[in-house]
Design a protein around this ligand. Sequence first.
Ligand code: NAP
Ligand code: GDD
Length: 383
Amino acid sequence: MGKVALITGVTGQDGAYLAEYLLHLGYIVHGLKRRSSMFNTDRIDHIYQDPQTSDRRFILHYGDLTDSLNLTRIIGETQPDEIYNLAAMSHVKVSFDTPEYTANADGIGVLRILEAVRLLNLVKKTRIYQASTSELYGLVQEVPQTESTPFYPRSPYAAAKLYGYWITVNYREAYGMHASNGILFNHESPLRGETFVTRKVTRAVSRIALGLQDKVYMGNLSARRDWGHAKDYVRAMHAILQQDEPSDYVIASGITTSIRDFITMAFAEIGLHVEFNGEGADEQAILAGLDTELFRLKVGDEYLDSALQRRGEVVVGVDPHYFRPTEVDLLIGDARKARTQLGWEPHYDLPALITDMMTNDLKLMKKESYLRAGGYEILNYFE
Ligand code: NAP
Ligand code: GDD
């Protein structure tokens, strides 16, 4: 029998990659998913197993981090060797609109899991991974950020995660739990939610290249992030729980890039050259030139004429709507502890991440373009 893992947030970006990785390692994987009026399992449909499947190794349970009775029952029933607490209201900007809910799910939710493990007498059996974040560093007190850099949260999300971080440390020290924090810097992928900056950009650049969209509006272009690939980062989560002793680890690439440069790189990936001008809310980028051979290769000959006609047009603008009341200007992590103690090494650098995301979004948007051109009929239910 393989080990048993419980993943909260299994329908999210990291949950999907981690579930796939643990199944590959021979685990039985239980996943907590929220009830939704629409299907929310797109990212895990390829590994879904019907309840009728014999020797099922991937099992979903309805649940919510705000419901302690439900969490306690599921942990009691599944008796996990490892819990990966990935569930969270994870959007920093949205947390300013939903601060109380964010505190409940992202802060108290962590306590509910730790306390359930304690009350169920699973302290010796169950190891816990808490999805902590580089957002804890906020207004950074040190560059680069390490496990000992002081925290300075700058959003309701980060303040809630700060509680989650410390309650995890406290349960480790108070009850001897094998409970660890992964302080993960931004990690992205083709599965990234559409409103996070990298995915918003790779989707928009793909649509602009295919003539489906003229322009994209962004927020603060000068913020800098340390980006890696989610596939690499879920391997680190697993490695953290395989250590003899629980501890906290920074997981990061060690390279920081501005949003502006990320946008330039995403356009360049398909042969489009953009130039930025102006400042603040008046900043914009124009399509300044094309590498026609690269564009043909990556996007397709049939889209070249319309792209050529768009030279000189504005393709990126700024809308202050996307600014945050308090911003995290610079993140750059030092993952030396993870590299030496876990033997963790990322396989993707930023250019490889952008290639992966752009390739997937181009494919996806071509499908959208086909559907728009009459690939299927839209039903008018009320006619
Ligand atoms: P994500 O794609 O937004 O996924 C979040 C998951 O949590 C989804 O499955 C979501 O369910 C679920 N969820 C939200 N609220 C819940 C609740 N109240 N009860 C139960 N489930 C709930 O996030 P991610 O990028 O995979 O990140 C995973 C975790 O790592 C999060 O805790 C995030 O804060 C943290 N983190 C992420 C990064 C990053 O760069 N990606 C970096 C550091 C830390 P639905 O599918 O139903 O919405
Ligand atoms: N989302 C978004 N949309 N961000 C924008 C935009 C835009 O149009 N324009 C500029 N930005 C800037 C944000 O202001 C921020 O400085 C940066 O891009 C990154 O934003 P996000 O991609 O939304 O990620 P985040 O860094 O706020 O949070 C993500 O990473 C954290 C780890 O540091 C989330 O995944 C968090 O859950 C995670 O903890």
